[in-house]
Write a protein that binds this ligand. Structure first.
Ligand code: TYD
Length: 207
């Protein structure tokens, strides 16, 4: 039995992940490639409850350590319940955010530090790492305008503002500089041009 490919998507809020996730799913569907799609935080019954707590605007007194532990708790659940079993039976797993989000948001932007967050990530995942991570890189102002055009209400983390998203972006760029599995793509390009890069990389890894 072949081992499934574990693919994650990362980037600041409004970077265009959803469109690329949709295009990848269509590509897998048309090539009869079996996959499971999940998102973080969430993706399980317990994880979706934790997501509600994390994104609720009313929880504005949440301390950084509680925030980190909640993200890691949701992660531990999805890894054991969905990701590991799916990979073990040869399915691809497409994950909308994974532990790089904790490194960029909590570790870097919240200032909890790369080392602490990396240890927590390891504990929550049991050392599981993505085979490939697509980082959609965009400047926070453009991403904010995109989100604004969609007219979506901002959640607790989006409400932290442009300065915070700038730090998150810098965190992601630091991760990319140290991790070969991360493919950085300029997200101001057209969705088609971005997907061409993703498709080529995924195809290379699958065949
Ligand atoms: P979501 O609505 O899923 O955002 P997006 O569509 O941009 O992925 O909300 C998830 C939010 O949680 C997003 O602002 C990123 C943040 N986040 C962290 O801060 N740390 C994490 O470990 C994860 C997985 C997400």
């Amino acid at each position: 039995m072949t081992k499934g490919l574990f693919i994650t998507f990362e980037g600041i809020d409004g970077c265009g992940k959803s469109t690329q996730l949709r295009l990848l799913k269509e590509f897998f569907d048309s090539n009869n490639i079996e996959y499971v799609e999940v998102r973080e935080p969430g993706g399980t019954k317990i994880g979706e409850k934790i997501r509600g707590v994390l994104l609720d605007k009313k929880n504005d007194s949440m301390v950084p350590m509680a925030e980190l532990l909640l993200f890691e708790a949701a992660r531990a659940q999805i890894v054991e319940e969905v990701i590991k079993p799916s990979l073990a039976c040869g399915k691809c797993v497409i994950c909308d955010r994974f532990f790089d989000s904790s490194s960029a948001y909590q570790g870097y932007a919240n200032g909890m530090g790369a080392q602490l967050v990396s240890s927590m990530n390891d504990i929550a995942t049991g050392g599981l790492k993505p085979d490939v991570t697509f980082l959609l890189d965009i400047d926070p102002k453009t991403a904010y305008e995109r989100r604004n055009n969609r007219g979506e209400e901002e959640d607790r983390i989006e409400l932290m503002g442009l300065n915070y998203q700038d730090k998150v972006r810098a965190g992601y760029l630091e991760i990319e500089a140290n991790e070969d599995r991360v493919v950085k793509i300029d997200a101001v390009n057209s969705p088609e041009a971005i997907f061409a890069i993703i498709k080529e990389k995924v195809w290379d890894l699958i065949v």
